[in-house]
Design a protein around this ligand. Structure first.
Ligand SMILES: [Zn+2]
Length: 271
């Protein structure tokens, strides 16, 4: 938490709403918690002061902000990973500091980009190219197409839960959406990818695509109050002990791949 749909909703809030973030110049950089910056803080402040931001991209759970530093001719990128509880907001400058604000960028027009993070695991850093980060990630789980996904899958022979959490397989899925899409696909999390038949492989792809698309439309899932605007209705995640919405069997919780895993034993048979 947050996973691909929540990160995408942060991106859309910064780009699609009015006012929007791209195109704005940074007047001042304030770091309230230096550990939020990966790398030398002085360099981060120096490079971003006076910089202009151009666009925001997402790959998996990472956000990439392209900017041009003051007097520079070529672009660089600010990378942000929200980790457990990070959030970004474009706010009025007089709302730039809250209790859990870790850093903020004061912008033109009395606006500020504010990074809040109660658990303080989120990180920001600067790179020459997004490839420095995406090079070790698989294709984005929402952007990958049917054929590309099946090619990726054909190279694997691992338990589905473990595979879906592996960011080098596809990037962006975490514990919530791995459980949700396996439920949608009717596949047990301990099934091994190499044992899936043609129909099951097709269901895995279509369920992943459907669940992520619907979750993006719903602005993510509100789990434990972290993404309070998200309205994606989870079917199994943290619903252990409650009846399955398909068949009324009790949703189970079990530790798989080191993570609490939620599934319906009737809808998701082990074999
Ligand atoms: Zn069921």
């Amino acid at each position: 938490m947050p996973e691909l749909p929540e990160v995408e909703s942060v991106l859309r809030a910064l780009t699609d709403l009015d006012p929007s973030f791209p195109g704005r110049r940074v007047r001042e950089v304030r770091i309230l918690r230096p550990s939020a910056v990966d790398g030398p803080v002085e360099q981060f402040v120096k490079e971003l002061t006076g910089a202009v931001f151009h666009e925001i991209l997402r790959h998996g759970k990472y956000l990439f902000f392209r900017f041009t530093a003051h007097c520079a001719t070529s672009s660089r990128w600010m990378v942000l990973h929200l980790r457990m509880t990070g959030r970004l907001f474009l706010v009025q400058a007089n709302h730039a500091v809250q209790r859990h604000t870790r850093f903020y960028l004061l912008l033109e027009d009395e606006l500020a980009l504010r990074f809040d993070d109660p658990r303080a695991f989120g990180r920001v850093w600067l790179v020459d190219s997004p490839k420095e980060v995406t090079g070790r990630l698989g294709p984005d789980a929402l952007a990958i197409g049917h054929d590309g996904f099946l090619r990726q899958l054909a190279q694997q022979n691992r338990q589905l839960k473990l595979l879906l959490l592996d960011q080098s397989f596809v990037a962006g899925i975490g514990n919530i959406y791995a459980d949700e899409l396996l439920f949608r696909a009717g596949l047990h999390p301990l099934r091994v990818s190499g044992s899936l038949n043609h129909n099951e492989r097709e269901r895995l792809f279509s369920s992943m695509h459907e669940v992520l698309t619907q979750a993006v439309q719903a602005k993510g899932a509100n789990i434990d109050g972290v993404f309070e605007a998200g309205s994606f209705p989870v079917a199994v995640y943290k619903r252990n002990g409650q009846p399955c919405r398909n068949c009324s069997s009790m949703i189970h919780k079990e530790r798989i791949a080191g993570r609490g895993t939620h599934y319906c034993p009737a809808c998701q048979p082990a074999v």
